[in-house]
Design a protein around this ligand. Structure first.
Ligand code: ZN
Ligand code: ZN
Length: 213
């Protein structure tokens, strides 16, 4: 079946995200998603807690700060150490039973892999709704995926509830985390989505300021 999945969302267990477990499921359903990959920075508390508390499809993941740039591990339930090389990080993700995605390889201020994206990855995140400048980042990331011959995925990189679903991946799989990542590896997926609208970016800044008061 065709599933609509946002492959890159941060819960409030990432220090820079405002999204509580309840909001994550609420906004995902509101946006008509079938599932969400929860990918916090070097932390697995969020996806494991949320997956245990809901029937909604949660793909447990992690965004690893490798020494070469950010790497997404999907279907990972154990911590992958940060600051290893990209290739070593991919090996650790595979050993943990997950797949490795080169997230936002291009874009300013994002810590992307750029030219260090290599053939050890299983997929390339060609659409990241938070990436700036958006169209340039999409075009260049598509080129990297083509050069490496890798499947393409998309995610919002949401850190605020209303950002969830701004980008998503259609995956031909059963609603099960193992099956979804296998389908991505086989290329049974297609990326969709847009940049986060400026009105929502502004609301996020206001919400973050309110939280600090
Ligand atoms: Zn990142
Ligand atoms: Zn991220």
């Amino acid at each position: 079946m065709l599933l609509k999945i946002d492959m890159h969302v941060h819960s409030c267990f990432s220090e820079d995200s405002l999204i509580t477990p309840e909001e994550l499921v609420f906004y995902a359903k509101k946006r008509g998603l079938d599932g969400v990959a929860v990918t916090d920075h070097d932390n697995l508390q969020g996806p494991l807690k949320i997956a245990a508390e809901t029937d909604f499809l949660i793909i447990p993941g992690i965004e690893v700060g490798s020494s070469d740039g950010h790497v997404l591990g999907l279907n990972v339930k154990e911590l992958i150490p940060p600051r290893l090389s990209a290739t070593e990080t991919v090996t650790r993700i595979h050993d943990a039973g997950g797949i490795a995605v080169a997230c936002h390889p291009i874009g300013l201020f994002k810590g992307g892999l750029g030219r260090r994206t290599n053939s050890s990855f299983d997929a390339v995140e060609v659409i990241n709704s938070s990436a700036i400048p958006f169209s340039y980042a999409v075009n260049q990331s598509m080129k990297i995926a083509s050069r490496l011959g890798k499947p393409r995925v998309a995610g919002s990189d949401a850190h605020y509830g209303p950002e969830i679903g701004c980008a998503y991946t259609i995956v031909d799989a059963e609603p099960d985390a193992n099956d979804v990542v296998k389908a991505v590896c086989r290329g049974l997926c297609k990326p969709f989505g847009n940049s986060i609208p400026w009105t929502i970016r502004l609301k996020k800044i206001l919400a973050a300021n309110r939280r600090r008061l």
